[in-house]
Design a protein around this ligand. Structure first.
Ligand code: SF4
Ligand code: SF4
Length: 137
């Protein structure tokens, strides 16, 4: 069985991802995770409030934790509430990703769920263009 470990807010970031990120290694890994999520059949998403398969290639990890640990934990909990999913657990990717799509249709500002985020303007642009926001060249 294939499995991807994701913290909750990354369920949203992987949906809006347009090629931007902290560095090349991070972006390459993000592309790989997004690609895996495009084929959800037989895929399990292990939800956790902690470093995941995206954080694993991020330059902002310090001693196994995000340098903004407290604020990203709050963000994960907020997104868990928004999506109505548990803070920990293994979920089938297909239904979970469809639930993410449904909830995103009702959203008009990512800041209301994610709080302050340096990428929020790009994500809101993605919402305004119904997922067709310009990708990074
Ligand atoms: S606003 Fe930030 S945390 Fe929220 S989905 Fe976009 S990039 Fe992710
Ligand atoms: S380590 Fe922090 S900044 Fe990096 S991907 Fe994980 S939550 Fe985001």
């Amino acid at each position: 069985m294939k499995e991807v470990r994701l913290r909750h807010h990354h369920l949203l970031c992987t949906r809006t991802f347009g090629g931007y990120g902290y560095d090349k290694r991070f972006v390459a890994n993000m592309e790989e995770v997004v690609s895996v999520l495009r084929s959800p059949d037989g895929l399990v998403i292990q939800l956790e409030v902690g470093c995941d398969d995206i954080c694993s290639q991020c330059p902002n990890v310090v001693r196994g934790l995000c340098k903004d640990h407290e604020s990203v934990v709050k963000k994960d909990c907020s997104v868990a509430l928004f999506l109505g999913v548990p803070e920990e657990g293994a979920l089938q990717a297909g239904p979970l990703l469809r639930a993410v799509e449904d909830r995103l249709r009702e959203l008009d500002d990512f800041r209301s769920v994610c709080g302050e985020c340096e990428w929020a303007d790009l994500c809101n642009e993605w919402l305004r263009t119904k997922g067709k926001a310009p990708k990074k060249k």
